[in-house]
Design a protein around this ligand. Structure first.
Ligand SMILES: NC(=O)c1ccc[n+]([C@@H]2O[C@H](COP(=O)([O-])OP(=O)(O)OC[C@H]3O[C@@H](n4cnc5c(N)ncnc54)[C@H](O)[C@@H]3O)[C@@H](O)[C@H]2O)c1
Length: 256
């Protein structure tokens, strides 16, 4: 059973790994045996998480990237190849959000959210995918989507548009790369208190979320790790690609 989820000798890139959810995913990968590079805009958070990976006895690496810039991602891949010689797992989890009412959303805000939440996934799949799809390599890409990818949540308009696009990228590339040994899947988390949604979680919205979540609570970041290890492990999910896996306490199954 342990062998099914053993990632010893594997190398993961976790984009947004300085954050609440992807930070926990990074530690989960390390506990399963993987070496982990934390790629994040927030350099201090990336370094802290890479040190936690190292404390678990794995190799950790922190790289500051703006994930919406292709040159940053190319430089990060180069650093990973110099350090580890390979990359087997990519998690795309950089994210920002905003609750600006529709008519007040500026072009700049629209563009910035699409750049960080959607363009970053496109670019990282181009950069890391180009390496993984070469003969004899392969890999597992895990995109972090959202319950807002459809039907959309109230308030978070641009974010919802971006996450719908993340689902499209996931299934497009799953089909495209299925014969090249690269599996592409997404996780759709429900609600987990984190940095990017802190301001959005007003008392009223929390009450709405709880009414709509059959389990009646927020998720805890460690509850995403099982899905991550399943998708990351070639043995556990060898026939799984293009899947959108919900980890949401039943949120998506709820009507009235
Ligand atoms: N928290 C939730 O309830 C929830 C639900 C569904 C999906 N998600 C998604 O999970 C992912 C992780 O978010 P989180 O909730 O842990 O929030 P978080 O704010 O704790 O983490 C986001 C991370 O992304 C990094 N980041 C922001 N812009 C970046 C950029 N341009 N380049 C590189 N890194 C950048 C931040 O520095 C931060 O470390 C996001 O994609 C988010 O949309 C979160």
């Amino acid at each position: 059973m342990q062998e099914l989820f053993d990632l010893t000798g594997r190398v993961a890139a976790v984009i947004g790994g300085g954050g609440v959810l992807a930070g926990e995913m990074a530690l989960g990968l390390a506990r399963a045996g993987a070496d982990v590079a934390i790629l994040d805009f927030n350099e201090a958070a990336a370094e802290k998480k890479a040190a936690e990976v190292a404390a678990l006895g794995r190799r950790g690496l922190a790289v500051r990237v703006d994930a919406s810039k292709k040159a940053d991602l190319e430089a990060a891949l180069d650093r990973m190849l110099e350090t580890f010689g390979r990359v087997d797992i990519l998690i795309n989890a950089a994210g920002i959000n905003s609750g600006t009412p529709f008519f007040e959303i500026s072009e700049e805000e629209w563009q910035r959210i699409l750049d960080v939440d959607l363009k970053s996934v496109f670019l990282a799949c181009q950069v890391f995918g180009a390496w993984m799809t070469q003969p004899g390599r392969g890999g597992s890409i895990i995109n972090i989507s959202s319950a807002s990818s459809g039907p959309p949540l109230s308030k978070v308009f641009t974010y919802s548009v971006a996450k719908a696009g993340v689902n499209q990228i996931t299934q497009f590339l799953a089909r495209e790369w299925a014969q090249k040994g690269v599996r592409v899947n997404a996780i759709i988390p429900g609600f987990f208190p984190a940095e990017q949604n802190r301001k959005l979680l007003t008392e009223e919205r929390v009450a709405d979320i709880m009414r709509h979540t059959p389990m009646g609570r927020f998720g805890d970041p460690h509850e995403l790790v099982g899905a991550v290890l399943f998708l990351a492990s070639e043995k556990a999910s060898s026939f799984v690609t293009g899947a959108l896996i919900r980890v949401d306490g039943g949120f998506s199954a709820m009507t009235i």
